[in-house]
Design a protein around this ligand. Structure first.
Ligand code: CA
Ligand code: CA
Ligand code: CA
Length: 436
């Protein structure tokens, strides 16, 4: 392994950026820390608005999920101070800063929970992958007959042995005693021999999902991205005009796709990525059904900066932009490393996929208490809201981060949080610190 390439300077840029935002928006900042419960009121920048305005007071912060000793998401409970103006959530900017990253957040909208099916909010940040494997796809044009396994030219379980396939005429009830010889005149199953997991049986199906016997007269058969023992996916697609069964080029085996942690095309659905020996291949949700793209390998190919098919190969690609199939900016890839196994990128090598903009995100809001004037998308004086968002980086025990709630006009609430030394609960109370 050659090692990770350091990413420097970004944090500083964001800090400077956030100071500019604050100076432009508000006249007052109230900083509250967990240690002493001191409240400090300071003047920050020039006063841009001296009207009575809004101030969200934070009363409690929880963070999740601590079961792996790191916290990623926070829930900030807050309400308006007496006399505050009604605040539209679209007029609230949140900044969060940890030791190595910071992010700004805008309101995800009243429909966010439905739109972002996962959490109701999102964040854009660099994604550093651990071990990665190629190839993600393989075909072989010879016929898959009844009597011998055919090499499919792909190693989906990564054990260095290609997977093979054979046609099967028996029905599944006979497989244990008489696997797949004779008994019927037509192909009923495809046997995929995954070298480390044994034989997997995949049933070709017709367009409505029913059993399709191969070997007599016409009709499409298929099987779309079916899971193969957790290692990958198989798709079969063809026309039933071959009495001897299925051709290998009608069978596609894929490694499991890698999922991107960011919504690169900003359409509130996730993207997939596959690798071959020379390229990372991206499938964007805005380009259509990602599984269809994956099956037909219609993705956007970005060079890895080397051929990783052999051991000892270097790959080195400085930060390179890529677009969706439609041509919209979709992010950056940076690679750097040396292979120690064929078609493998080691966990310690650099393989960083970045969205078009890093350090931005959205927050979602739920109502812990609904006041009499409650309305979605805004905060009234008697509401208690819970603000949900993802921290700019994972927080470990004892690490500090700060959160600033910045109204367009009004007083910024800043809370400095120090995580508990021992993080082990799914939900950890991180502010204020409970005194035992
Ligand atoms: Ca965690
Ligand atoms: Ca294998
Ligand atoms: Ca997307």
């Amino acid at each position: 392994m050659v090692g990770k390439r350091a990413v420097a300077g970004l944090g500083l840029v964001l800090v400077v950026l956030s100071m500019i935002i604050i100076a432009g928006f508000v006249s007052l900042v109230i900083i509250r820390t967990s240690g002493s419960f001191q409240e400090t009121t300071i003047q920050a920048g020039n006063s841009v608005n001296s009207n009575v305005a809004s101030h969200l007071l934070v009363t409690e912060i929880t963070a999740t999920d601590g079961t792996d000793s790191y916290l990623e998401d926070v829930q900030v409970v807050a309400h308006l101070t007496p006399g505050s103006d009604i605040m539209s959530l679209s007029q609230l900017t949140i900044l969060a800063g940890a030791s190595d990253a910071s992010s700004s957040y805008q309101y995800a909208g009243v429909d966010a929970e439905a739109a972002y099916s996962f959490t109701g909010y999102t964040i854009y940040s660099d994604q550093e992958f651990d071990e990665l494997h190629a190839p993600f796809y393989g075909t072989n044009k010879v016929q898959i007959g009844f009597f011998a396994f055919v090499n499919l030219n792909v190693d989906i379980d990564g054990d260095g042995i290609n997977e093979t396939a054979r046609s099967c005429r028996s029905d599944v009830g006979n497989l244990a005693t008489n696997p797949c010889f004779g008994q019927a005149s037509r192909t009923r199953w495809l046997m995929i021999n995954v070298s480390s997991a044994g034989i997997q049986y995949v049933r070709p199906v017709n367009a409505s999902g029913g059993v399709r016997l191969i070997g007599s007269g016409g009709g499409q058969f298929g099987n779309f991205l079916t899971n193969i023992s957790g290692y990958g996916l198989i798709s079969i697609f063809g026309k039933n005009n071959n009495s001897n069964g299925i051709n290998a080029n009608q069978v596609h085996l894929f490694r499991n796709p890698y999922y991107l942690a960011n919504d690169h095309d900003n359409d509130q659905e996730y993207e997939w990525m596959g690798l071959n020996e020379s390229h990372a291949i991206f499938f964007f949700s805005s380009d259509g059904n990602v599984s269809v793209q994956y099956n037909s390998t219609e993705g956007v190919a970005v060079p890895l900066g080397g051929d990783i098919s052999s051991i000892g190969a270097t790959f080195d690609k400085s930060r390179t932009s890529f677009t969706t199939l439609a041509g919209d900016p979709a992010g950056y890839l940076e690679t750097y490393g040396l292979t120690t196994a064929k078609r493998t990128i080691d966990a310690g090598d650099t393989f960083t996929v970045s969205p078009p903009s890093v350090g931005q995100g959205t927050f979602a809001v739920t109502y812990a208490k609904r006041g009499p004037d409650y309305s979605l998308g805004s905060v009234h004086e008697d509401d208690v809201i819970k603000i949900h968002f993802r921290l700019p980086s994972s927080i470990e025990g004892g690490e500090s981060f700060d959160i600033r709630l910045i109204p367009r006009t009004g007083t910024t609430e800043e809370v400095v949080v120090t995580a508990p030394e021992a993080i082990n609960q799914e939900l950890e109370y991180v502010w204020p610190v409970k005194m035992s």
